[in-house]
Write a protein that binds this ligand. Structure first.
Ligand code: CAA
Length: 257
């Protein structure tokens, strides 16, 4: 697929989207965002893809929304083009999405990582919401996903001070799943994605939906969603295959049916 600001490839059952505007540290322009959501849309529809990794490459994840693009915009411009609403194309992906983060993940870049299901950080990763330094606030989840992930006080610190957290601190706070040497971040994320891709995809989809529901609903409602998804999976071939394979002491083969 020929994109200008990203690279998109599928290797077996794993999709890889690489942000690719290195000269401006992968600043997230509307055109780049449109390409990301387009590529993810293709991967969503491609049944062969079972997990997706998004990365900015070896040096930087993304230094945020494109400041040059926003600097002279009015509120009405921003509202009409719904700049950050475009990220719905990321959060609507039903397949597991892993972020492989090296270097800066700031502003919209950090928010993009927080939209993912797992975050693998290279030891060079730096997370932060510096929008306050520009006279704005985070607009793609930075004031909402931080408190849900790391609590109110850390969310306030990150957003009010506009500083950066190291990969190690982010790990201690439960924001990232693994910290690895930067040279292997993408490979580790791809490996984890391949492992997930080998599992029954409908179960993976129901896990993603159920866990995300836990952040949106009261407990009883979330439990009801989980139960419904649990019962639903008994209608799938993969459940029969998974349980028979266990009983027959062999490895299951899952078709996503
Ligand atoms: N938008 C546009 N261009 C950016 C950019 C951004 N977010 N971040 C970096 N760039 C550009 C720089 O302007 C520079 O371009 P030139 O070479 O043409 O001057 C190039 O990328 C390299 O950047 P620096 O020279 O600044 O690199 P550095 O290593 O000295 O500093 C940095 C790195 C600390 C990340 C610094 O670039 C920086 O602070 N960037 C802005 C971070 C930021 O404020 N992000 C939030 C944006 S708002 C947002 O994201 C809103 C939202 O919630 C959706």
């Amino acid at each position: 697929m020929g994109y200008e600001f990203i690279l998109s490839e599928v290797d077996g059952a794993v999709g890889l989207v690489t942000l690719n505007r290195p000269k401006v540290l992968n600043a997230l322009s509307p055109a780049l965002m449109a390409e990301v959501t387009d590529a993810l849309g293709h991967m969503e529809r491609d049944e062969a893809v079972r997990a997706v990794v998004i990365t900015g490459g070896s040096r930087v994840f993304a230094a945020g929304a494109d400041i040059a693009d926003m600097a002279e915009r009015s509120s009405v411009d921003q509202l009409l083009r719904d700049q950050t609403g475009r990220w719905a194309g990321v959060t609507s992906l039903t397949k597991p999405l892993l972020a492989a983060v090296n270097g800066y993940a700031l502003g919209g870049g950090c928010e993009l990582a927080l939209m993912c299901d797992l975050i693998i950080a290279g030891d060079t990763a730096r997370f932060g919401q510096p929008e306050i330094n520009l006279g704005i606030i985070a607009g793609a989840g930075g004031t909402q996903r931080w408190p849900r992930t790391a609590g109110k006080y850390l969310a306030m610190e990150v957003n009010l001070l506009g500083g950066q957290l190291t990969a190690q601190r982010a790990y201690q706070l439960g924001l990232v799943n693994r910290v690895v040497p930067a040279e292997v971040t993408i490979e580790v994320a791809r490996r984890l994605a391949r492992t997930i891709a080998g599992k029954p995809p409908l179960a993976a989809r129901m896990i993603k939906e159920s866990v995300n529901q836990s952040l949106e609903t009261p407990l009883q409602q979330g439990l009801a969603v989980e139960r419904r998804n649990f019962y639903f999976l008994f209608a799938t071939e993969d459940q029969k295959e998974g349980m028979r394979a266990f009983l027959e002491k062999r490895r299951g083969t899952f078709r996503g049916r």
